[in-house]
Design a protein around this ligand. Structure first.
Ligand code: CMC
Length: 392
């Protein structure tokens, strides 16, 4: 069987070539299709970035308008989903419901499942971009028991998502443009991150030519873990625990450094960034702006800044090159916007959606793609002989 190399966690193995996202972890650089993340975060919109990731270049005004219109035509979810969502316990985790919901799209759009048919790939791309925000808003509503809202094509993509999440029937729901802009920006920051755990999962599942819904649903599952997207929820729980008097900031940091009960400073550290995560720098600034704008003086922000201040000057963190990652400050913004903690990771999923789609499509279009099938180093028993139970 030849020589195999053991590389736990794929620390040193490139699984693919890709022309989508560039990261230089030592310098703290992130670019989508060549564009620096800070420029996109400042001036672009989520739908424009989605187009950039999926098609390779920024759209001109006419193309962007046509794509936006096409997505808006498909935002309504099949009515069956109302019953589908109520089939889960009301307190079931939104990520579990979202994973199931995306997977279920394959049963409704059976004419879009063939990854080798360009027409079907195009349509499934539009359907996913259109329906996932409606799905996430419906899942949020299901958790509270409040009535679902239908999409409104006259609103912008992000504004309508916020309206569907928080609005009520027959009540005007004006969304502060600064909040819409902040969420747009956060989704841009999450839109792709090359071969991270969930994206690698999407590619792995898709490499068997599984349809895009099955592949993206698997990505949602990977994202839900606290070492990946689930970290944004875990950060807020950590800050809450410190705030409600579990430990002081110093006591907590001592536990982290002593690795007591495997406690980690959530929202810190990254496989690739050995420098400040460029996304975290932008999010930190946004956290201050949004909280100020909403007039919310959240003590959890002070705790977070206190933790960061200690970490940046502490030998344990310096030695290991641990810096805040994108998840450290995002939860504080989502909380200020009114999202319940359990909705934080679905917001990450919405942001990462165009990245998953772009990577799936790149993988399918690449003639050198082979089914993902890692090898192993066997450490079990050598051959032995079966014995009947009375001889064991
Ligand atoms: N707190 C305390 N110690 C840490 C942390 C942390 N957050 N992260 C890493 N370390 C230590 C770790 O214990 C190890 O120490 P030692 O060398 O003494 O054994 C060393 O740093 C290297 O860590 P690792 O686990 O080998 O690094 P990795 O590249 O396998 O893991 C990571 C990367 C992101 C999973 C990890 O840093 C972590 O668990 N962070 C907390 C969870 C988190 O914030 N995840 C979000 C990641 S960014 C966005 C996303 O993907 O969602």
């Amino acid at each position: 069987t030849g020589l195999v190399t053991l590389d736990p966690g794929f620390m040193n193995t490139a699984s693919t070539t890709s022309a989508i996202t560039y990261i230089d972890g030592d310098e703290g650089i992130l670019r989508y299709r060549g564009y620096p993340i800070d420029q996109l975060a400042k001036d672009s919109t989520f739908l424009e970035v989605a187009y950039l990731l999926i098609y390779g270049d920024l759209p001109d005004a006419e193309t962007l308008e046509a794509v936006t219109r096409r997505i808006k035509r498909h935002t309504i979810l099949h009515e069956d989903f109302k019953a589908f969502f109520t089939a889960f316990p009301a307190n079931g985790h939104p990520m579990a419901i979202l994973q199931s919901g995306i997977s279920a799209l394959a049963t409704y759009y059976q004419h879009t499942l063939d990854p080798k048919d360009p027409y079907q790939i195009e349509l499934s791309t539009v359907l996913l971009m259109a329906k996932v925000p409606t799905m996430i808003a419906s899942i949020a509503k299901r958790a509270t028991g409040l009535p679902l809202l239908y999409p409104d094509a006259s609103k912008s993509y992000i504004e309508d998502f916020i309206r569907m999440t928080f609005g009520l029937p027959y009540q005007r729901h004006d969304v502060d443009p600064a909040i819409t802009r902040a969420l747009d920006m956060l989704l841009i920051l999450h839109a792709d991150h090359e071969q991270n755990c969930s994206t690698s999962t999407v590619r792995m599942v898709g490499s068997s030519h599984a349809n895009i819904y099955a592949s993206v649903a698997a990505g949602v599952g990977a994202l839900s873990g606290p070492l990946h997207g689930g970290a944004n929820e875990a950060v807020l729980e950590m800050l809450n625990r410190i705030h409600t008097g579990g430990d002081t900031v110093d006591q907590f940091m001592t536990k982290v450094k002593n690795k007591e009960d495997g406690v980690r400073l959530m929202g810190f550290g990254h496989r690739v960034y050995k420098n400040y995560d460029p996304r975290a720098a932008i999010v930190k600034e946004a956290a201050h702006d949004v909280l100020q704008r909403l007039g919310k003086n959240d003590q959890l922000l002070d705790i977070a800044m206190g933790l960061e201040e200690i970490a940046l000057h502490d030998e344990y963190f310096i030695e290991r090159k641990l810096y805040p990652n994108v998840d450290f400050y995002t939860g504080l913004i989502y909380k200020a916007m009114g999202f319940p903690t359990q909705m934080f990771t679905p917001l990450f999923a919405l942001g990462r959606l165009p990245g998953w789609i772009a990577q799936y499509r790149e993988m399918i279009a690449d003639p050198t793609t082979k089914i993902g099938r890692p090898r192993q180093v066997y450490t079990g028993q050598p051959e032995r002989q079966y014995q009947p139970t009375d001889k064991r």
